[in-house]
Write a protein that binds this ligand. Structure first.
Ligand code: GDP
Length: 140
């Protein structure tokens, strides 16, 4: 598998607890390189559009409210098989089901405030990267 890129978000529960560096250390130890990163405050419209695929889910409103409750760190990660590697190191959505050592097992508060987002396919990664970053911000 060639080098690929994925999109990641360090969510408000983690930035609030000053865990950006600790999350990044886990990502880097997993062989992922942070090739772009910025801390932003998402607007409601941006969060709704980003999570548009979930708009029929019962937790959609709560999820949007949570994602705009504080700053997030949006990131582009690069590495061998980066999409799958990041999903592996993130752990299961529900931290109670996440494997030991994963980011969510170590840091997540609950199934919603679960510290990180990661793209679930290379196609979604490309869309999500383009949503938050311009070409000039991606230096590889
Ligand atoms: P992910 O790919 O592991 O992030 O999971 P999903 O794409 O299924 O869900 C997106 C995000 O919605 C999750 O990361 C959680 O923040 C939130 N979420 C998922 N399931 C639930 C749920 O059952 N209840 C609540 N409140 N939030 C959820």
């Amino acid at each position: 598998m060639a080098t690929e890129r994925t999109f990641s978000i360090i969510k408000p529960d983690a930035t609030r607890r000053n865990l950006t560096g600790k999350v990044n250390a886990v990502l880097e130890a997993a062989g992922l390189r942070i090739v772009a990163q910025k801390r932003i405050q998402m607007t409601q419209a941006q969060a709704e559009a980003f999570y548009g695929v979930h708009k029929e889910r019962p937790f959609f409103r709560d999820l949007v409210t949570f994602m705009i409750s504080g700053p997030v760190v949006v990131q582009v990660l690069e590495g061998e098989n980066a999409v799958a590697r990041n999903r592996e190191v993130m752990g299961a959505t529900d931290p109670k089901k996440a494997d030991a050592g994963t980011i969510r097992a170590q840091f997540a508060e609950n199934i919603e405030a679960n510290s990180v987002h990661g793209s679930d396919s290379a196609e979604n990664a490309a869309t999500e990267i383009a949503y938050f970053f311009s070409g000039i911000e991606l230096v590889g």
